[in-house]
Design a protein around this ligand. Structure first.
Ligand SMILES: Nc1nc2c(c(=O)[nH]1)N[C@H]1C(S)=C(S)[C@@H](COP(=O)(O)OP(=O)(O)OC[C@H]3O[C@@H](n4cnc5c(=O)[nH]c(N)nc54)[C@H](O)[C@@H]3O)O[C@H]1N2
Ligand SMILES: Nc1nc2c(c(=O)[nH]1)N[C@H]1C(S)=C(S)[C@@H](COP(=O)(O)OP(=O)(O)OC[C@H]3O[C@@H](n4cnc5c(=O)[nH]c(N)nc54)[C@H](O)[C@@H]3O)O[C@H]1N2
Ligand code: SF4
Ligand SMILES: [Mo]
Length: 701
């Protein structure tokens, strides 16, 4: 039996970007394990990716194109298999009709990080649509507020070197749950604790991470900016501001100091629902125990005030000059350290690119139901499953059902979104294609070479886009670049070459060394190298140039609270990865069915007990779940995990049936957690009722 081992990268939307070893036997992927040498992977993958081959070898892989023959929204019964030629003709005809009738901006590519691979995800697809003059996608769904906020204050999404967190004396995990979502950071955190570091987690929920911390602060959702302003004031009152470092390496400290006069610790404590002593104690620790490492998660930026919250949190360690030390400062993502020339790869100088409008992906439900003018009449979805993952699901569904909307979906398996497609095209998975990855949680670049063939007629996204270009009669050479050529273009500014990566798989590529303090002497990626505590460039867009407090929008709406008393959070759970694994039996079994976690106080007030079936609703829609009564949350705050599929959920709706389309104060990000609901008991049978096999059941809303 021919048995070979291939190193590659986990493609999922996770800050860890693990390097793995894949064993292939007779052309089939048979085993997967974490690379033992990689400094961040350290020999282990997470639980959900230990079972990644369930997804690769699953009987539900798409192996041929499909064309719709029946109504939209009823499921796979409305489709028939087709050849690539026939499918590509249909794709090209749909795109041509949109362009002829409403201009190229009527075409919208919709994609995100189903694969973090820069080749399959972010190169050829966006390039083709840019050349067509299609609407450009503003890819806001995950980190837009954090990106805008860190670009404002630090010049880019940069921060302390994550492996150096071992040198921190105080670690603050702020709106982050690494035991579920950034697992490989945890051993470094533990190492710091063995050396005496104190660990504080700030999260409205008592997550597995919060439970294993030395201290857990549970603020009211969406109030982090107030908390950060209060902590800054506490640090100032303690006389711990490093005036010299601030004067040398930041701008705007006098203005921010004046702002802090408005933020006595007691005001901040009242705003975020925490005892004032708790804030004093944490400010005292920050004042006296350098270095402090503030690892900021992405959960807290899914509130309306996210941009200001991230700016305020990122300002905090500047005040104490903590960036002077290895492992000191703040870190939201490492993305800004990786200098990939993505713009030039998507829009190469020799390829004509017409100007085009930009469309915010988080607003898709509104865009498809009237917000866009000219309307979007062609939607091409890849690396995303919007029917499950974007807010305002019912309205989105109405948009996707539009008879005049031509939808093409590139997928590995039949997702919720495929149910609304005119054409479904089968795509390859990571062991079957070439890709190149940086990371948003560490400093390494990884090459993933194909290790097996593809099932049936599945093709890499890149090849599908090259064929769509040809079907449209476009013959510019840049639309024929091979995957290897795209990888070489992406590595243009990298210290490592394609050949070296073929040998070594991964390399540290950012120039920031482990154990270093990259901003000890300033040198932030702003024009003058100084961090911006005051940013006048924000004023024209109506944003306060100083870090301030934008209260939650829906969660802070007291009138609405009378009808919808519960604030609902929907963060990531351990066993699913967005919606990617939510149709696989092992993963679904481990994750369990959708549950609504309620504090005993809120459960009692409604006469609800553990296991009861409830409808969770607001004016936008509803989903069904079983109640879990536990003290992981505070009264008035409920939570459920994101990422289930509507088609496989009771009532055919997910949590995104209740989340709304509303932008963050900065960056145009989504506000999934800024959401109010009420719950009511429904008959238990509703949770187990089988959806009709033909998919004709309507959502619960
Ligand atoms: N297992 C697993 N891992 C994942 C994912 C997954 O689905 N499953 N998703 C991946 C993706 S796409 C992303 S973006 C990352 C996200 O990973 P994280 O950055 O960890 O983000 P979330 O899980 O969304 O939220 C983290 C925590 O923020 C808390 N939170 C919510 N609101 C607030 C608030 O107002 N203030 C504070 N302080 N905390 C708040 C939540 O309760 C949650 O525990 O994880 C990636 N990794
Ligand atoms: N309520 C609520 N909703 C949320 C969030 C939340 O916190 N709460 N989090 C949001 C966040 S942070 C994110 S990042 C989004 C994620 O939302 P999406 O970007 O829609 O992510 P996934 O659900 O994982 O969908 C990715 C799809 O890409 C497909 N895919 C993977 N690789 C390839 C490939 O190579 N080719 C093709 N053609 N397809 C591929 C997978 O099969 C999968 O179906 O969800 C958001 N939705
Ligand atoms: S999902 Fe994250 S932790 Fe799991 S294997 Fe992939 S990169 Fe590693
Ligand atoms: Mo995300």
């Amino acid at each position: 039996m021919a048995r070979t081992t291939h190193s590659g990268a986990c493609p999922l939307d996770c800050p860890d970007t693990c390097v793995w070893q894949l064993t292939v036997e007779d052309g089939r992927a048979v085993a997967l394990r974490g690379d033992r040498e990689h400094p961040f992977t350290r020999g282990a993958l997470c639980g959900k990716v230990n079972r990644y081959l369930d997804a690769v070898n699953g009987p539900d892989r798409l192996t041929t194109p499909y064309l719709r023959t029946g109504p939209k929204g009823v499921g796979r019964v409305a489709y028939r298999p087709a050849s690539w030629d026939e499918a590509l003709d249909r794709v090209a005809a749909g795109l041509r009709t949109s362009i002829e009738q409403d201009g190229p901006e009527a075409v919208l590519p919709f994609y995100f990080a189903g694969t973090m691979g820069l080749v399959q995800g972010w190169s050829m697809g966006p390039r083709l649509f840019a050349h067509l003059g299609a609407s450009r996608l503003d890819t806001t769904i995950c980190t837009a507020a954090a990106r805008a906020a860190t670009e404002s204050i630090y010049g880019a999404s940069v921060g302390f070197e994550p492996e150096s967190i071992v040198d921190a004396k105080l670690i603050v995990l702020w709106g982050a749950n690494p035991l579920a979502t950034n697992l490989h950071l945890w051993p470094f955190v533990q190492q710091a604790r063995e050396r005496g570091a104190y660990l504080v987690t700030i999260d409205p929920l008592r997550t597995e991470t919060a439970a294993r911390s030395d201290e857990h602060l549970a603020p009211l959702p969406g109030t982090d900016a107030a908390l950060a302003l209060g902590l800054m004031r506490g640090v100032l009152d303690a006389g711990a501001v490093d005036e010299e470092w601030l004067a040398a390496h930041t701008v705007g400290w006098p203005a921010l100091a004046a702002r802090l006069a408005e933020w006595p610790v007691s005001r901040a404590a009242a705003e975020c629902g925490l005892p004032v002593e708790v804030l004093h104690r944490l400010a005292g620790r920050i004042a006296t125990a350098p270095p402090t490492a503030v690892r900021v998660g992405l959960g807290l930026q899914r509130h309306h005030g996210a941009g200001q919250a991230i700016r305020a949190i990122c300002a905090l360690p500047l005040l104490t000059g903590d960036f002077r030390y290895p492992g000191g400062g703040a870190l939201v993502t490492t993305s800004g350290h990786h200098r990939t020339p993505l713009g030039a790869v998507v829009r190469p100088p020799d390829l004509p690119i017409p100007p085009a409008r930009e469309i915010n992906m988080s607003r898709l439900a509104a865009v498809l139901t009237g917000e866009a003018d000219p309307p979007v009449t062609s939607l091409v979805v890849f690396n995303a499953n919007p029917a499950a993952t974007v807010p305002d699901q019912q309205r989105l569904r109405a948009g996707l059902l539009r008879a005049d909307l031509h939808t093409v979906v590139l997928e590995q398996r039949w997702t919720d979104t495929c149910d609304y497609a005119d054409v479904v095209l089968p795509a390859t998975m990571q062991p079957e294609h070439l890709d190149l990855q940086t990371s948003y949680g560490h400093h390494y670049t990884t090459l993933n070479l194909p290790a097996t063939g593809a099932p049936g007629a599945a093709l890499p996204n890149t090849e599908i886009f090259r064929r769509i270009a040809a079907a449209l009669g476009l013959d510019h050479p840049r639309l024929r670049d091979s995957d290897e050529e795209l990888a070489r273009q992406l590595l243009r500014d990298s210290p490592v070459s394609f050949e070296e990566l073929c040998e070594r798989t991964y390399a540290r590529t950012t120039g920031v060394e482990v154990g270093s303090a990259p901003y000890a002497e300033g040198g932030f990626p702003t024009p003058d190298g100084r961090a911006r505590l005051h940013d006048p460039e924000l004023a024209p867009s109506g944003v306060d140039p100083l870090p301030g407090y934008t209260p939650p929008a829906e969660a802070g709406d007291t009138a609405l609270a009378a009808r919808f008393p519960l604030v609902l959070l929907s963060p990531a759970g351990r066993f699913l990865m967005n919606s990617t694994f939510a149709s696989l039996p092992w993963h679904l079994r481990r994750a369990g069915p959708p549950r609504l976690h309620l504090h005993p106080h809120d459960a009692d007030a409604r006469g609800l007990a553990d296991g009861d079936a409830v409808r969770v609703r607001n004016d936008r829609g509803a989903f069904l779940a079983a109640v879990a009564v536990d003290e992981a949350t505070r009264p008035g705050v409920a939570f459920t995990y994101k990422a289930y599929w509507a088609r496989l959920s009771p009532g055919r709706a997910t949590v995104n049936a209740v989340t709304g389309v509303r932008d963050t104060d900065l960056g145009g990000g989504p506000t999934f957690h800024d959401c109010r609901v009420e719950v009511e008991r429904v008959p238990a049978e509703l949770l187990t009722a089988e959806a009709p096999a033909d998919g004709t059941a309507q959502p619960v809303g």
